[in-house]
Design a protein around this ligand. Structure first.
Ligand SMILES: Nc1nc2c(ncn2[C@@H]2O[C@H](COP(=O)(O)OP(=O)(O)OP(=O)(O)O)[C@@H](O)[C@H]2O)c(=O)[nH]1
Ligand SMILES: [Mg+2]
Ligand SMILES: [Zn+2]
Length: 298
């Protein structure tokens, strides 16, 4: 049978759902390869009525991925936006927010922060205050409540999503799937069907799944994470992925400054003047340290 082009809509281990002409095909890769991501446009070949093999991946516009010392884990391809979903409760981690922001910056994907569960009023002021640092850096922060204020949530998010390919990422329990279910009324049914097909069926999301918001917008749900390794980013990529560092890069005394303890470092001076926060510089140093531990993944 002839090869055809399709879009990867879900990934679960080495099993992929490929959509083409409004049909879904259960596809695998050849051999042990697992370098396909949700959002990839792939060439596939049917092996039966609804099954196929992915033969090739077409060129990606963007790629969002994590990596540890040994290997990289693809999250999604061809994204234009990243929604980092946090909530008033359970508590969220600045470490994970910073890593997600750095991954977005390095991948050329626009990040937004979505604060969900603003109905939990007792915890709202503290959460808003903690997000101020990101707002000051220029990252948009949007407040919503998927469960108690669906109209306001839709009115806030719909215009941002239109014409974009957006992934929702964040820690478990923040409300990513609740937001998806609100935005895509058929999502719950689709998720149940796929969970049945892939034999999961749990409440918590276990695989990356893409939905059509309309004919020119895509939204992707993903499993909650507790770690976000960025071992694949070099020191040079890392310093540029911190937007508040950029005005100071190139102004250090030494051209090859690591912004660690060097005299005449413009980045360290910016911490003293308050233009760069200590928390973000600590994060930068941590990521540089981790990148140095890389043993050559892939
Ligand atoms: N109070 C409140 N609870 C909410 C809101 N949105 C979602 N929740 C609840 O938060 C819990 C977790 O929601 P999910 O949508 O499953 O969270 P998730 O981010 O998809 O979690 P994982 O799939 O495990 O990553 C559920 O019990 C929701 O009912 C909200 O706006 N307010
Ligand atoms: Mg979920
Ligand atoms: Zn420096």
């Amino acid at each position: 049978m002839a090869r055809a082009l399709g879009t990867v809509m879900a990934a679960h281990g080495r099993h992929y759902l490929v959509e083409a002409e409004q049909m879904l095909f259960n596809c695998v890769t050849r051999g042990k390869k697992s370098d396909v991501a949700v959002g990839d446009v792939v060439e596939y070949q049917l092996t039966s009525k609804n099954q196929g093999v992915i033969e090739a991946i077409t060129e990606r516009k963007t790629l969002l991925y994590r990596s540890d010392q040994y290997r990289s884990k693809l999250l999604a391809a061809n994204l234009t936006q990243l929604f980092i979903v946090v909530a008033t409760e359970p508590g969220f981690s600045d470490d994970l927010i910073c890593r997600a922001l750095v991954a977005a910056e390095a991948g050329g994907i626009k990040p937004h922060l979505i604060l969900n569960k603003i109905d939990v009023l007792a915890l709202l002021p503290a959460a808003v205050k903690r997000l101020q640092i990101y707002e000051t850096m220029g990252y948009p922060v949007h407040q919503v409540s998927a469960r108690t204020n669906p109209e306001q949530t839709l009115a806030t998010l719909m215009p941002l999503l239109d014409g974009q390919s957006t992934i929702l990422i964040g820690q478990s329990g923040m409300g990513k799937s609740s937001l998806i279910n609100l935005l895509i009324p058929d999502a719950a049914i689709a998720t149940r069907e796929i969970s049945a097909a892939l034999d999961t069926g749990k409440h918590t999301t276990t695989f990356v799944r893409s939905y059509h918001l309309n004919d020119h917008s895509i939204i992707i749900d993903s499993p909650g994470f507790q770690e976000f390794g960025l071992h694949h980013l070099s020191e040079g990529m890392l310093e540029r992925a911190f937007p508040e560092f950029r005005p100071f890069l190139g102004h250090c005394k030494f051209y090859n400054c690591h912004h660690h303890t060097e005299p005449g470092c413009a980045v360290l001076a910016a911490i003293q003047s308050g233009a760069i926060s200590q928390m973000r510089h600590d994060m930068y140093e941590q990521l540089v340290h981790e990148a140095a531990q890389t043993l050559g993944y892939k």
